[in-house]
Design a protein around this ligand. Sequence first.
Ligand code: NAI
Length: 462
Amino acid sequence: MTKDYIVKDINLAAYGRKELDIAETEMPGLMALRKEYGEAKPLKGARIVGSLHMTIQTAVLIETLVDLGADVRWASCNIFSTQDHAAAAIAAGGTPVFAIKGQSLEEHWDYLDKSFMFADGPNMILDDGGDATLYVLLGARAEAGEDIIPVPASEEEEVIKAQIAKRMKASPGWFTKVRDQIKGVSEETTTGVHRLYDLHKKGQLPFPAINVNDSVTKSKFDNKYGCKESLVDGIRRATDTMMAGKVAVVCGYGDVGKGSAASLSGAGARVKVTEVDPICALQAAMDGFEVVVLEDVIDTADIFITTTGNKDVIRIEHMRAMKDMAIVGNIGHFDNEIQVAALKNHKWTNIKDQVDMIEMPSGHRIILLSEGRLLNLGNATGHPSFVMSASFTNQVLAQIELWTKGDAYGNEVYVLPKHLDEKVARLHLDRIGVKLTQLRQDQADYIGVGTDGPFKPEHYRY
Ligand code: NAI
């Protein structure tokens, strides 16, 4: 049989398997779903193309989807986030995966294309950041002779267009056929969800979508507590810098910003925050952080982290004004938060994988992490298993919902119902010894909820 995977080294599979075994003990939500649905196989017939960081935690997600009956093919959604031993374990287990840590942009889009290559094409998408969805929709638009919608990460635009042209030449009509047989997409992250709502607003969403990010048990946990653990982990593995006493600036105080600021302050850094939203700025101030504008701290701070999901937040003029050896990194989804493209003509010295020192015209140097791509996955191993279990339990529930009841959904963006959100949380309590109080009937009546939930109205914000 020809080899249907691309990984760095298949001999890493045994190491990956050992880490997978450990991760399973920290992912009670996914393991509970295997127990609940493993026999019924609700995903039987589903051919899921996954585009999500190929980590150990994702490997447990993939094996859960397979356990529930799905056929799966996988690519990573970031060129630096793959854990090669995790990819090897998945490939050795028989699931086609196309992901290597440090793959080029051209390889990235080629690997995504390969992950679509089921004999009959995929019928479900599991996305993180929207690249898999984007690929199909852009390709179908190109086949219809329409303009290609703008791609946020513009540096990639040419690469994507070339990949689409290659596929169109090899298999005319392929994108349109695939688009028409996709029953739904579940989307992992804030940035991908923005894209989906935008597509829906423009009347261009051709299938139902579930916004996994805005399950409470995803964004209020993974984005926040996940980054609280993984941001400083990434900075330390990259630089070994002393964190205590340093001045760190966190741009953005949404869920990721809150976790990032907590991460840095937990390590002893003196944290300042920038925000555009008065509500989040007020939250930052009342959490004890000084809220500043970037220009006022640009030449005094030691560490700069972007968490906004926006573009051009740290620009070339900012980096030129930074003090010598300032550390610059991004934990938002795309690399355009920092104007890395504008640094291309500067002198780069590679220190090690995903760590570069760049010299400014003044002679000052900055340390840039993961070329401006999300540093917690590029320089470290992303979030710990436990919090990813909550995220991925939502993913699996979303896939089951779309696959088994997709016809009941319109071509809109939905979030999972609150009772499932509460179920995800409930599945994670035992592992950390949490004991819930049981609501009495008279108390439940008094506050107007069921004794077994849902415990909050839809408008409650947690
Ligand atoms: P969010 O919308 O909750 O927070 C972003 C914040 O940035 C908002 O409060 C917004 O007002 C602020 N902001 C926007 N433009 C700004 C500017 N120019 N200056 C200062 N602040 C600005 O979004 P969330 O959930 O925090 O996600 C942020 C990014 O992180 C997204 O790209 C998301 O996809 C990504 N993400 C990354 C993870 C990782 O592990 N690296 C995990 C989860 C999300």
